[in-house]
Design a protein around this ligand. Structure first.
Ligand code: PLP
Length: 395
């Protein structure tokens, strides 16, 4: 048989980590990597963080899983904490980002159904968006590479240009349920939406009784220097999907909503076997213990400024390779002039982990616990690698 036991849907790199410590990963043969990818914006606390590890170990020894058929003191406590920290009044726990987005989409549709408007089922979504790999979430994008071969897709999505308020407004019709967007696009190439765009969408939703749905799976949980990226814009969504960093590496997510938006999500409308189990709740609590305070968020902003500043200083030295740096907090991207995927692969071979993204961008997503020394190490090694990467071209 030629097929590999691990279904071959990923072009897996030769990096084969078996152990992690802080911001470093170690491969099978002891190779050391500086991890500025964080499992694609997941390991907020780096690897082997003592508080997260202890919380998971203790909870695993106490109670891992029961069922959502029973009362959940662990889920109630953690949901209350998220409600206290955000715009939301209520939370549903999922196991991944795509499931969180699916739940957010269902909540938006159900709102209009509840109000006697089941024809208001279509979400306006945006070019270059990424919302996950389920049938619903690939239907919400226009990216052929995600959709090819999976037809028929779900109806109920209309894709328009990102950050174009006029296009978004013009797309609204009698079937519109609301807008679904990443306030900072991740896979699409680290593109923060403009404040005018986000505020304009909020106004349109208020005027027309539509749902503003944010997918903060990548940009949420302190990554941008705020607990959630919407706080940068001074507007609140009606519904928000979160995952990735929320468990610090433990697979979990959530969708959250205001009381108004969640009006249709009554008993029997949604469910999940694992969602919100005690082990996940312990991981989520441990992450919030570390990140949900002003001091930590200020650290993220400060490190983000340092890293961005250092990248901007370095870029002119390799200006045939790099164009510019962009992003917010520690959700950064370097727009490249050559193929970002090839360069990210080259960096991996030289012990530096970053992630490629759309628009020829190299994503720089370090653990949020990095210190200045890691910023310096990263940029020096990146610059060295860029110099060597140039060499064969020059020769
Ligand atoms: N939404 C966004 C913005 C993402 O970046 C991702 C994953 O990259 C997802 C949703 C899907 O999350 P998951 O892979 O956990 O299903």
């Amino acid at each position: 048989m030629a097929i590999t036991p691990l279904m071959p849907v990923y072009p897996r790199s030769p990096v084969r980590p078996v152990r992690g410590e802080g911001v470093y990963l170690y491969g099978e043969g002891g190779e050391k990597y500086l991890d500025f990818a964080s499992g694609i914006a997941v390991n907020l606390l780096g690897h082997g963080h003592p508080h997260l590890t202890k919380a998971i170990q203790e909870q695993a020894a106490t109670l891992i899983h029961v069922s959502n058929l029973y009362g959940s003191p662990q889920g109630e406590a953690y949901a209350q904490r998220l409600v206290d920290l955000t715009f939301a009044d209520t939370v549903f726990f999922t196991n991944s980002g795509a499931e969180a987005v699916e739940g957010a989409i269902k909540t938006a549709r159900r709102y209009h159904h509840h109000h006697g408007n089941p024809h208001k089922h279509t979400l306006i979504t945006f070019k270059n968006a990424f919302h996950g790999r389920t049938l619903g979430t690939i239907s919400a994008t226009d990216q052929e590479k995600l959709r090819d071969g999976f037809a028929p897709l779900l109806p109920g999505f209309k894709v328009v240009a990102f950050d174009d308020l006029d296009a978004a407004r013009a797309a609204v019709d009698e079937h519109t349920a609301g807008f679904l967007l990443e306030p900072v696009q991740g896979e699409g190439g680290i593109r923060p939406a403009s404040p005018e765009f986000i505020r304009g969408l909020r106004e349109t939703c208020d005027e027309k009784d539509l749902m503003l749905v944010f997918d903060e799976v990548q940009c949420g949980v302190a990554r941008t220097g705020k607990l959630y990226a919407y706080e940068h814009y001074g507007v609140e969504p009606d519904i928000l999907a979160t995952a990735k960093g929320i468990g610090g590496g433990f697979p979990m997510g959530a969708f959250m909503a205001t009381e108004k938006a969640a009006v249709g999500m009554v008993v029997g409308t949604h469910g999940s076997t694992y969602g919100g189990n005690p082990l996940a709740m312990a991981a989520g609590q441990a992450v919030l213990d570390v990140v949900a305070n002003e001091e930590f968020l200020a650290h993220v902003s400060r490190m983000g400024e340092r890293l961005r500043g250092a990248l901007e200083q370095m870029i002119p030295n390799h200006d045939h390779l790099f164009e510019s740096a962009r992003g917010i907090g520690l959700m950064l991207g370097v727009k490249m002039k050559t193929d970002s995927r090839a360069f990210v692969t080259y960096l991996r071979e030289h012990g530096l982990l970053t992630v490629a993204a759309g628009d020829n961008v190299m994503r720089v997503l370090p653990p949020l616990v990095i210190e200045e020394a890691h910023v310096t190490e990263f940029v020096e090694r990146l610059s060295d690698a860029a110099r060597r990467y140039e060499a064969p071209r020059a020769g």
